[in-house]
Design a protein around this ligand. Structure first.
Ligand code: FAD
Ligand code: SF4
Ligand code: SF4
Ligand code: SF4
Length: 383
């Protein structure tokens, strides 16, 4: 019997699926099982589009189609949470299964706080996340640092601190530290990320801590809720997923890796925030002066929509397209999100004027977190 709090190795019993999957296929198999058994009406996951630099969110209602979502795409910078609000009726009437990274999870929790999604109808399968790489940066990095044509790459992975590619004619890995010192590697918000293991999801799955003959062939599952325990238990009883208890050494390795990643994040926060000296506000004023008020940073932000409605109805100072942007446009936006920015990076990633918006909002949130609750990565919601 699977229980909340269990720490397990898990893998699919479907050999064909295991081959496509990242680390044994438990995640895809569990979502498939949930769909087949009407525990959810649809699954929101990610599949490869044109190539591996093209991560596409997809809603699946036929269990047979789920195999196409197996595998991890690290060169995509998507956030799934707002899609539930915008396109899936806030999960009000239908039950939805979702694979969530830390930022997807935090986005859903923030939306739930605003009653913009119904968590009771959402099954969240969490995946640990060391970070993702902007697709354009990934192409440039592979060309410049690996000396490989990015179009010949058919597989990429991040393993043991290395970014590894497989391409026509070989494979190559370079340490992430080296790539990041050279200005490549993970997105800057990912380097500072505070949620490495999404324990507020129903299950938290990842390869950290999978050792011995199961390394690469199973995922480490932390059973975080009754809902997660029920799903895994039923899938094991139906012989769709196999499990074994995680060994003590694996648990230790997982904890050490997570801690090392959190420490690395702290290092990056210090480094990034130091660039804002001597004055955060003067830096914001200077950088945002080139804003064209396209509103992308508002439209894509998982926590900014209410203020977007308010801002849209407001004076010309904040109205879309009215340029040059009044500095108060940005001050208002930062004020609205100061206590809830989840550092997902969407605003910065998609800003056409390349303004480092997430750096600003993350710095403001971290400053506020020194005093106020809830802190980034924590939430009033628990399983
Ligand atoms: P699969 O059965 O292969 O299922 C993978 C699931 O991930 C699918 O549902 C797929 O749609 C979804 N997915 C793929 N790409 C994305 C994406 N970009 N955003 C959201 N969902 C996506 N584990 C660690 O232990 N350490 C790490 O550092 C780590 N980094 C990761 C970084 C990223 C960007 C991702 C997506 C995953 C990461 N993982 C990490 C988790 C790990 O790669 C596996 O997903 C996990 O072990 C489950 O393995 P599986 O074989 O059961 O998954
Ligand atoms: Fe992963 Fe965090 Fe980056 Fe999201 S923000 S992709 S959880 S490292
Ligand atoms: Fe301005 Fe960039 Fe936001 Fe567009 S995305 S409104 S350019 S800050
Ligand atoms: Fe994400 Fe930017 Fe919104 Fe913060 S402000 S939650 S980084 S989109």
């Amino acid at each position: 019997m699977v229980k909340k709090g269990d720490l397990l190795y898990a893998w699919t019993t479907d050999a064909a699926l295991a081959k496509k999957a990242e680390c044994g296929g438990a995640v895809t198999q569990l979502l498939k099982f949930a769909l087949e058994n009407k525990m959810v009406d649809a699954v929101l996951a990610v599949r490869k589009g044109y190539d591996l630099y093209d991560a596409v969110p997809v809603v699946i209602t036929n269990p047979k189609d789920l195999d196409q979502t197996a595998g991890s795409l690290h060169c995509g910078s998507i956030l799934l949470s707002k899609l539930v609000k915008n396109y899936l009726d806030k999960a009000e009437k239908k039950k939805i299964g979702i694979t969530v990274k830390g930022c997807d999870l935090m986005g859903l929790l923030e939306l739930a706080r605003r009653k913009e999604v119904n968590l009771d109808n959402i099954l969240m399968i969490g995946v640990n996340c060391g970070g993702s790489v902007n697709p354009t940066t990934a192409r440039k990095m592979i060309k410049d640092k690996f000396g490989v044509d990015p179009d010949t790459v058919h597989k990429e992975e991040i393993d043991k601190g290395q970014f590894i590619i497989e391409y026509e004619g070989g494979h190559k890995g370079i340490s992430m530290d080296e790539l990041e010192e050279a200005g490549y590697g993970r997105r800057s918000n990912c380097r500072r990320c505070k949620v490495k293991v999404p324990r507020q999801a129903d299950l938290a799955c990842g390869n950290w801590g999978v050792i011995g003959d199961k390394a690469g062939k199973a995922t480490f599952v932390e059973v975080c809720s009754e809902k997660g325990a029920n799903l895994l238990d039923k899938a094991v009883s139906a012989k769709k997923v196999a499990t074994e208890p995680a060994p003590a050494k694996g648990v230790e390795v997982r904890a050490k890796t997570e801690n090392a990643m959190l420490k690395l994040g702290e290092k990056w926060r210090k480094k990034d925030f130091a660039t804002l000296a001597p004055s955060l506000w003067e830096t914001i004023e200077k950088e945002t002066s080139r804003c064209i008020k396209c509103y992308t940073c508002i439209d894509k932000c998982p926590v900014c929509f209410t203020s977007a409605e308010m801002l849209k109805a407001d004076s010309t100072m904040v109205r879309r397209g009215v340029i040059p942007a009044d500095p108060m446009f940005h001050m208002r936006r930062f004020a609205h999100i100061s206590d809830t920015c989840i550092n997902c990076g969407q605003c910065e990633e998609l800003c056409p004027m390349e303004i480092p918006l997430a750096l600003f909002s993350h710095a403001i949130r971290v400053e506020g977190d020194r005093v106020f609750q809830p802190k980034l990565g924590a939430s009033p919601y628990t399983n």
